[in-house]
Each structure stands twice: as structure tokens, then as C-alpha cells.
Design a protein around this ligand. Structure first.
Ligand code: MG
Length: 255
């Protein structure tokens, strides 16, 4: 009888394990829509960690002298990042009063916040040579710090994703563009689809297809209660949002 009870308990535990995991939240460009923060700043990373969300997303690109910096737009305060040396860019201020962060500084801070995943987006660059350089540099920096499990990669550039698959097999690598089916993404060796809200609205069946293939599903950039609820109901694994607190409340059924 005792053995039978134990077996029942084990079976129940295994079944629970098979259930789909709850949707988790990724703060888009960090948690920036709050006092003292700015998009893609180190403060936004710290605030995302304080909000206890799954991940903090951020964008990286190369300066003229091939330093990897964290910024979304291709220019900042009138300076085109690809045409400006790092020595100039590092003096520029974000809205939070911080200086434009280098990827090294961002990773160093991330390493002190091990409970949050760093969702690292490599922006498309003008040439394949530049995309080769940034992919290699980024992977090397992550490996140097032993952060392979904490950093997940995303890119709109299929070429960048393909290089990442070769450079860092075993890492989480998701494609952003939305023009490939889950089967095609799987065939390229990537681990997830990270597609726009409108793509999942057009192809809701891709969520289950991706899961059946062992791919993760992430949707961007979802704001507002109605849209967030639609994506929670669709059972995507991750929602990338500018409203991490609202998304968390909705997932937990507090709102
Ligand atoms: Mg981004």
C-alpha cells in the first residue's frame, strides 16, 4: 500500500511537470518607463531585476572602432553610432543621466543580478563582415564571464542567428523577423521564435507547432491589457513588453 501511494504521488508529480509553463515577462529595453530609468540603460536592467521578471531585453551594435555598445537607434544625440568612435560615444548621456553603456559594462552588471535573464538583441549591420565581428565579440564576452546560461540571443538578421548557432551551440537563439515557420527556424538550428504580435495573430497555430518542435515562443512588443491577455491566452512562453508590472499582474490573475 505504501509503495502504491508513493507511485501515485510520483505519477501526479510527473503529470504536473508536463503541463505548459506559465507565460513569463521580458522587459523590452529593460524596465525604462519608470522614474530614474531610460531605455537600454543599466538602471533599466536593475529595475527589471527589481520587478522580478524573467528577462531584460536590450539592443547592441558596433561603434566605428568595433566596440559593442548598448543602444536601440542607429544614432544617439545626433551621432551615428557606426560612424563614431567609442571614445566620443561613451561621453553621451542617456535620459537617466547615465552614460551610454558598453556591452561589457552591461554584462558586468548583469552578472551581479543572476536571477534575471539577459535577452541580447544583435541589431542588423550593413555588411556581413560587421555582423561576423559583432557576433564573435559578443559571444566571446559572454563566454569570458561564464554567462552562457544567463544570456539569450535574438536578432532580426538571419545571418547573425546562423553565426550564433555555429559560435555558441547550446545557447538560446531566437529569430525576430517573423518570416519563417517554426519548422524552418528549427531546421536552421535556432531554439525559438520571437515574433511580432501581428505575426502570432495571423499564425496562432505557430505556438503549438513551435512547442511540438521543442522551440520557445516569445511575442513582442505587447502593451495594453487587451493585447497582453490575448497573448497569455495563446500560451506563449514569453511576452516582451514595455509594461512589465501590468503583464505580471495579468499573468498572476491579480487584474
Ligand atoms: Mg530590441
Amino acid at each position: 500500500m505504501k509503495k502504491f501511494l508513493m507511485l501515485c504521488t510520483l505519477t501526479a508529480a510527473s503529470l504536473t511537470g508536463l503541463q505548459a509553463q506559465q507565460t513569463q515577462v521580458i522587459a523590452h529595453r529593460g524596465f525604462w518607463d519608470t522614474a530614474g530609468s531610460a531605455q537600454n540603460s543599466i538602471a533599466a536592467l536593475e529595475k527589471a531585476a527589481e520587478a522580478k521578471v524573467y528577462g531584460s531585453e536590450f539592443d547592441v551594435q558596433l561603434t566605428k572602432d568595433n566596440v559593442v555598445v548598448v543602444n536601440h537607434d542607429s544614432s544617439i544625440n545626433g551621432y551615428i553610432i557606426a560612424d563614431t568612435p567609442y571614445s566620443k560615444l561613451k561621453t553621451l548621456k542617456l535620459k537617466s543621466g547615465e552614460n551610454l553603456p558598453s556591452l561589457e559594462a552591461y554584462l558586468d552588471k548583469g552578472k551581479t543580478l543572476p536571477d534575471i535573464q539577459l535577452i541580447l538583441e544583435i541589431k542588423p549591420h550593413k555588411t556581413k563582415e560587421q555582423e561576423d565581428i559583432i557576433a564573435q565579440k559578443v559571444v566571446e564576452m559572454v563566454k569570458q564571464r561564464g554567462m552562457e546560461k544567463q544570456v539569450e540571443y535574438i536578432s532580426f538578421s538571419l545571418y547573425v542567428c546562423e553565426q550564433l548557432v555555429k559560435l555558441t551551440p547550446g545557447s538560446q537563439i531566437a529569430y525576430l523577423e517573423g518570416d519563417l515557420s517554426p519548422e524552418e527556424v528549427k531546421a536552421k538550428g535556432m531554439t525559438g521564435i520571437d515574433y511580432a504580435y501581428k505575426v502570432f495573430r495571423k499564425h496562432p497555430e505557430w505556438v503549438k507547432q513551435a512547442h511540438d518542435l521543442g522551440l520557445s515562443t516569445n511575442v513582442w512588443t505587447v502593451n495594453g491589457e487587451k493585447k497582453l491577455k490575448k497573448m497569455i491566452d495563446l500560451k506563449v512562453d514569453y511576452i516582451t513588453t514595455n509594461q512589465p508590472l501590468l503583464a505580471t499582474e495579468l499573468i498572476n490573475g491579480q487584474k
